[in-house]
Design a protein around this ligand. Structure first.
Ligand SMILES: Cc1cc2nc3c(=O)[nH]c(=O)nc-3n(C[C@H](O)[C@H](O)[C@H](O)COP(=O)(O)OP(=O)(O)OC[C@H]3O[C@@H](n4cnc5c(N)ncnc54)[C@H](O)[C@@H]3O)c2cc1C
Length: 422
């Protein structure tokens, strides 16, 4: 049993029940927290109030944020790549939780913008690294007619007898060239800022858009933007308004084959990798959103008086606060387990990331909603932080795959595992 001489207050870190961080981990977490508090929160709040056009204008504070996050080194891809798997598994959740605590839309914007640079770096091709290394980018995966279908790229959730549509954005490999034609969905994160894209779409390699099983043939291709690429109006949406989004039109863009990152045999695996990383990223980031909502509520119930005392003195309020705390802790614990798994000897796997993303984003909505209730009418008011957090969290239920569709894919993986191992 545990023995105490006296009963001390619990020792809680920024990350709640933190069993212990190294000096370096504490320093990075502290730097991320300071950046989130001093840079991300004020800029995120300012952008939230702007129109989508104002968010991407030259005068927008988003440019100051992008410069500062780059200068901070917090999301330095080269530094992250140089870490061991174990170091990444410990460091990444600490950084992303703090950034998500600061502003989820701005966190996702920084990640989305680095997609092509990251892919070029993975290719090891010096020409591509030179061309895309400092290019602002985006990930083009979904299309007007292919939302969940794009996330269900291996068509495991297709109705019996049906097949996925050809969509609105296709590639064709002809000789030494690839031609990209059509349009993305309006949901491309950072699309309005981007100078290049990592495009994942259906591809005709000379024998049509579908394979023998009726699944789409796919390609992952880097596309630098020139006059053949145009953009639609930036999207006006409910939450994460600091994250600019918009449709992108590709008008018969002809590229040499060097831009193909994954062809017929490896493109599905490429998408598996992207969604596996992105869903893990969502779990890390939205742990921070849930925590932000909880912290606001904890402070508010100690200030606001009703029934003659501060709200925290009411038993039902205490129960609600504790329930929120427990949810945040559970979300963080699951997230870290998922990250450990993905960087461990049995990972990475989409099943792990989906488990984290669906649970944590749902938890973020529940905690933000309960925090809003505890703020009473003030929870609804624009001068208080809760209505924004609830809107930001709500968008996360659909982002990087709508949670119900992701859950179906998770169940499909569980069933496959059961059938192969029982
Ligand atoms: C904040 C945000 C950021 C995003 N960023 C990007 C980005 O950077 N790049 C990009 O390409 N896209 C991006 N997206 C798009 C996102 O991936 C899609 O919105 C998402 O996959 C859902 O597609 P949809 O909106 O077309 O909904 P739909 O696919 O039309 O789904 C509607 C409903 O039907 C259900 N449904 C659909 N298919 C099935 C099925 N087979 N079985 C059972 N139920 C089903 C879904 O679960 C959902 O509830 C982003 C979206 C958001 C909200």
């Amino acid at each position: 049993m545990f023995v105490f001489d006296k009963m001390p207050d619990p020792v809680l870190g920024l990350g709640g029940l933190e069993p212990g961080l190294s000096t370096e981990e504490k320093a990075v977490q502290g730097a991320a927290h300071q950046f989130a508090r001093e840079v991300m929160r004020p800029i995120g709040v300012a952008l939230d109030k702007m129109t989508p056009e104002e968010v991407i204008a030259h005068s927008s504070p988003i440019w100051s944020y992008l410069k500062q996050i780059k200068d901070s080194g917090l999301l330095d891809l080269k530094a992250l790549a140089a870490m061991s798997a174990q170091e990444k598994a410990r460091m990444m959740p600490l950084i992303f939780e703090e950034l998500g605590w600061g502003d989820s839309g701005l966190t996702i914007a920084a990640i989305a913008l680095s997609f092509p640079a990251f892919a070029a770096g993975m290719s090891g091709n010096p020409e591509l690294i030179e061309e895309f290394g400092s290019s602002l980018g985006c990930w083009v995966g979904t299309q007007p007619d292919r939302g969940s279908d794009a996330v269900d790229w291996d068509a495991t959730e297709v109705h019996p007898g049906a097949r996925q549509p050809r969509g609105n954005l296709n590639a064709k490999v002809v000789g030494d060239q690839v031609v990209v034609n059509g349009q993305s969905a309006a949901w491309v994160s950072a699309g309005p800022l981007a100078q290049s894209a990592f495009v994942c779409c259906q591809c005709d390699y000379g024998d049509g858009l579908w394979d023998a099983q009726g699944r789409p043939n796919l390609i992952n291709v880097l596309v630098p933007f020139d006059h053949r690429v145009t953009k639609g109006k930036p999207l006006n949406k409910l939450g994460q308004r600091a994250l600019p989004q918009g449709e992108i039109f590709f008008n018969e863009v002809v590229l040499s084959k060097k831009y193909i990152m994954n062809g017929r045999d490896t493109a599905a695996g490429g998408l598996f990798g992207i969604v596996t990383f992105a869903n893990m990223d969502m779990a890390m980031t939205f742990t921070g959103v849930a925590r932000a909502a909880f912290e606001h509520a904890l402070a508010y119930v100690h200030e606001r008086k009703q029934g003659g005392v501060a709200l925290i003195n009411h038993q039902s309020v205490r129960a609600r606060i504790f329930n929120m705390w427990r949810k945040v802790e559970t979300a963080r614990a699951l997230t870290r387990r998922v990250v450990d798994f993905n960087f461990g000897s049995n990972g990475p796997h989409l099943l792990a990331s989906i488990t984290g993303k669906t649970f944590v984003t749902q938890t973020a909505v529940e905690v933000a909603n309960e925090a809003l209730q505890l703020f009473g009418g003030n929870g609804l008011a624009k001068d208080y932080p809760l209505e924004k957090l609830l809107r930001d969290a709500t968008a996360s239920l659909i982002e990087d795959g709508e949670n119900n569709l992701l859950s179906l894919k998770g169940a499909t993986w569980l069933s496959k595992w059961y059938q192969h191992h029982s």
